[in-house]
Design a binder for this molecule. Structure first.
Ligand code: ZN
Length: 191
């Protein structure tokens, strides 16, 4: 056998024998059993000849989002110009694994240099996928139906309800500034 530096591109299933322990050490997603190294999940065999290690790269890839998808998720991180969202609904259907998404708030309209607060940590938002370039799910909340669906008062933590024009805390009276979805406060919000 010639010692090629290129990795062997071979698909395997869980339990398949991929090498002998004399040849290769068991690496990621493999285990040793009865004088053989086997795969723990479906994927592609990767042999590192310099380390004499064999591994399996998982074949399962999460379904990707597409531009135009309407998603609902919770804000996990809020910075001055971006917000990280954990997406749990895609086009009204729940996703088990969830997807990461990012809202860029800097480009959203705020008017005459006034920095508006669009979303806050913990908010539930409805957004539209505007780009998936380089595997990053860029989200927009500019349309009227997009924006915050549920949020807590930033002063006292009470869930906000819509009372008249501006969402106001019923406990402490704080008027909260967000980019709300047009159906915020309605009794039957659908993702
Ligand atoms: Zn309050």
């Amino acid at each position: 056998m010639s010692k090629r530096e290129t990795a062997e591109k071979k698909m395997v299933l869980p339990g398949d024998v991929i090498a002998s322990p004399e040849e290769f050490m068991p690496g990621k997603n493999t285990y040793e059993q009865e004088d053989s190294v086997r795969a723990t999940l479906p994927g592609q065999v990767e042999k590192d000849l310099s380390k004499r290690e064999v591994a399996v790269r998982a074949a399962v890839r999460p379904k990707a989002l597409a531009v135009g998808d309407v998603v609902v998720g919770q804000v996990e991180a809020a910075m001055s110009s971006t917000a990280g969202v954990r997406i749990t609904f895609v086009n009204g259907r729940q996703t088990l694994g969830g997807f990461p998404g990012t809202i860029f708030t800097r480009g959203e309209r705020g008017g005459r240099g006034v920095r508006r607060t669009y979303v806050k940590l913990g908010d539930v938002v409805r957004a539209k996928v505007s780009s998936t370039l380089n595997g990053m799910n860029q989200l927009s909340i500019e349309e009227p139906h997009l924006g915050v669906l549920a949020t807590l008062c930033s002063v006292c933590g009470t869930p906000l309800t819509k009372d008249g024009r501006a969402p106001t805390c019923q406990v402490c009276g704080s008027v909260e500034e967000r980019k709300f979805a047009d159906d915020f406060g309605s009794p039957d919000i659908r993702p």
